[in-house]
Design a protein around this ligand. Sequence first.
Ligand SMILES: *Cc1c(COP(=O)(O)O)cnc(C)c1O
Length: 381
Amino acid sequence: MPPLRNFATEKSSALAAKGQGRALRTSARGEGAVVERNGKQLISFSCNDYLGLSHHPRVIAAAQEALARYGAGAGASRLVTGNHPLYEELERKLAAWKGCEAALVFGSGYLANLGIIPALAGRGDLILADKLAHACILDGARLSGAKLLRFAHNDVAHLRTLLETDRAAHAHCLIVTDGVFSMDGDVAPVAALAALAREHDAWLMVDDAHGLGVLNGGRGSTSGVEVDVVMGTLSKALGGYGGYVCGSTALIEYLISAARSLVFSTGLPPAAIAAASVAMDIIAEQPELSEKPLHNARLFTKILGLPPAQSAIVPVILGDAARALAASAILEEEGVLVTAIRPPTVPEGTARLRFAFSALHREEDIARVGGIVKREGWVRG
Ligand SMILES: *Cc1c(COP(=O)(O)O)cnc(C)c1O
C-alpha cells in the first residue's frame, strides 16, 4: 500500500476507536420535514431549514428563473466579474432587516467568519470568544493571529474579568459569540455583551446563523441591540446557500478589500442569490411563519417537562457517544431522523440528540417523538 493510504487508514481507525469516526449517509430531502434514506421516508428533526423555504414554490421559481437567465455559475470572484446585479437587492434587504447600514454576501457562513475575523483582528489584538462558539468562529480567530481567549459560556462576569485583565495590553479587542448556540439552542445575552463591549472599547460580533427567521419576529438574536458586526448564513432559515455580514457602510467597504475569503473565492451562483432574496421577502411578509419553529420546539420541551426552548434547537444530552448513536438508531427505526452529535463537535461527555424544529412539523409528529424520548427515559424529569 502507498504510504498515504497507510496514514489515512491509521488516522481513520484511531478516530473510529475514539468514537469520532464519521461517514456520509445519502439523504434526499423532500417537501415537508421529510428525508429519504435507504428508500425509507423519515420525519427529520435534523434540518436547519426552519421555515421550509428550501422547497417554497416562490423560492424555487426565483432560482429557476435566475438559472435559466444567468446560468449555473458566477464565473469569477465578486471582485472580478462575479458580482451579479442580484447581490445589490439581497444585500439591501439583509441590511434593512438587520437594522444596519450595509451588508455583504459571502460564499457561505463558514467563509464569512474565515474572512471577517482576520480582517478585524491580527497580531497584537485580542479576541474573546464564547467557550461554545461555532467551530468556524474559532477557525477564523486562529487564522487571524490575534490572541484568543475563551470566556465561560454566556458568562458576562467572566468576560468582564478577561476584559479587565487582558484588554489594555492589546490594540484592538473583538468579542465574538453565537447569537443562538448551534448545539445547545440557548441564546447569548446580546444586550449585556454589547454594553460590556462599549464599556471596554471592544467590538462585538454576533453569529446569528440560527436566529434569523426564528427569533424576534424573524429578525434574529440581535434585534433591537446595536451590534458592530452581525453575520449569518443564507443556508438555515432562508433555506438556500451562502453567508452574509451586516454592519456600517465603512465596515462593509473595508471587508470588500480585506476579507480574503471574499476576494479569493468565486461568487455565488445567481440562482442562490435569487432564492435567498425571495426567501427574505417571505420572512418579512409572513411574521407568523417565523413564530412556528419556536412554538414547535416549546411543544416538545413542554411534553418532556424541560425548561421552555429558547430557539428552534433543543438538545437531549445523553453523555457518551455510543449512547447517543444508539438513541439515534432507535429513532430511525421509528421513522424519525435525529442525528447524534458527538465530540469533538460538542465537549467530551455531552454527546446528544440535537432536535431542530421547523415550521413544517405537525403537532402529532412532535407528540410522537416526545413520546419516544419519554418512553426510552432519555430525559430524566
Ligand atoms: C451553520 C453555521 C455556520 C456556517 O454557515 P454555512 O453557511 O453553513 O457555512 C456558521 N456559524 C454557525 C453558528 C452555524 O450554525
